[in-house]
Design a protein around this ligand. Structure first.
Ligand SMILES: [Zn+2]
Length: 362
């Protein structure tokens, strides 16, 4: 009898645990619908964001960025991370109904001295959105120092606040794209397309969207000649793939090399889909670009990776393109206007300007 009681107890305990774990999964699913998933595992594990579905449309990025820039340096700086987090909560994480008037409504509701934080003090989703948007966007907008044309054929150094990340495609080179993130891919195994393809011409100079450290370079059977650059704060990794056969990369890059935003890192091509190196396995020349978020190193590899749809971000980055000039002798391209920002290591905070004659020749 005692044995039976014990067995029943064990059975009840098991059933209880199963119900609890299903509850955990449902919580994850429910919250992920609103754009950010929180860790629903037991208290003993470290908590960090497990999933981000970045579906903010271009119009919302454009509007909130402009408001951020317009209010920067005033008594009440309305950052796009705060206003996007507010709008994400108001739209239940679904952005299809976003209109600029929603942002106008927020500004009106804030009056003269409130911040979004004041309105959303007790909202846990707001805090999650803030952490997620901060991870996605903190390398995109901010203070920068850069070289710029002085209007007389020379160069001057300017400090500013605005877009500090660059379009991956250098100025003066065409590309076309559509939102193909999540499309089905079947080479090797069936999977989702975890990036965005930018169609362009072979040899188009590809620049680093954001500064960072090269963490992968060389052949990959899927990406072909590819390079991955990790932002200096470690939160974002940018993956540039299918680079040019024979000369895929800018000179001198290796694992551990540090690059600046807007620096030429490689050339568009059509390599990949081959276990053999240096093979053009793509049918159309294009850059595959991916943006991975890393809240915890456990998310870098394996099944827990977070990749973002960059379509709207790339549209936004069209506003900031890196000018490049060709070295006729080597055939390589170099950036014209150097840049740095506060996120860079100390020894990278300098501007290397080209002689004005080199610039006017392009
Ligand atoms: Zn692709």
């Amino acid at each position: 009898m005692k044995m039976l009681k014990e067995r029943l107890l064990v059975l009840f305990f098991c059933l209880f645990m199963i119900v609890c774990s299903i509850g955990g999964v449902q919580l994850t699913r429910r919250i992920s619908d609103t754009a950010v998933t929180v860790n629903s595992e037991p208290e003993t594990t470290e908590k960090y964001i497990k999933w981000v579905d970045f579906s903010v449309p271009y119009a919302a990025l454009r509007d909130t960025m402009q408001l951020d820039i317009d209010t920067y340096g005033t008594e009440r700086h309305l950052t796009w991370i705060d206003t996007l987090s507010y709008l994400a909560c108001k739209n239940g994480g679904k952005w299809s109904s976003y209109k600029s008037s929603q942002l106008d409504g927020l500004v009106e509701a804030l009056g003269d001295d409130l911040l979004p934080d004041d309105l959303m003090k007790t909202n846990e989703y707001y805090r999650f959105h803030k952490e997620a948007f901060s991870a996605v966007l903190s390398g995109i907008l901010g203070e920068y120092t850069k070289a710029a044309p002085d209007g007389n054929g020379g160069v001057k150094v300017v400090e500013g606040y605005g877009l500090k990340a660059y379009s991956p495609v250098a100025e003066g080179f065409w590309f076309s794209h559509y939102d193909d993130f999540g499309d089905s891919r079947s080479y090797g195994y069936k999977r989702r397309h975890l990036g965005n393809d930018l169609m362009g011409s072979i040899g188009t100079p590809i620049v680093a969207v954001e500064g960072g450290t090269v963490e992968a370079i060389g052949w990959n059977r899927y990406g072909g000649w590819r390079i991955a650059v990790r932002s200096f704060d470690g939160k974002r990794s940018y993956y540039y793939a299918h680079l040019r056969r024979n000369r895929p990369y800018a000179e001198g890059l290796e694992i551990g090399s540090r690059v600046k935003a807007g620096q030429v890192i490689g050339y568009l091509g059509m390599t990949g889909y081959s276990t053999e190196e240096n093979v053009n396995g793509m049918t159309v020349p294009h850059l595959h670009i991916g943006m991975q978020l890393v809240f915890n190193e456990a998310q870098k590899e394996g099944t827990n990776q977070i990749w973002l749809d960059m379509y709207a971000l790339i549209e936004l980055l069209n506003k900031n393109k890196s000018s490049v000039v060709k070295d006729e002798e080597s055939g390589e391209y170099k950036r014209v206007y150097d840049v740095f920002d506060a996120s860079y290591p100390d020894d990278m905070r300098h501007i290397t300007t080209l002689a004005p004659t080199e610039i006017t020749e392009q």
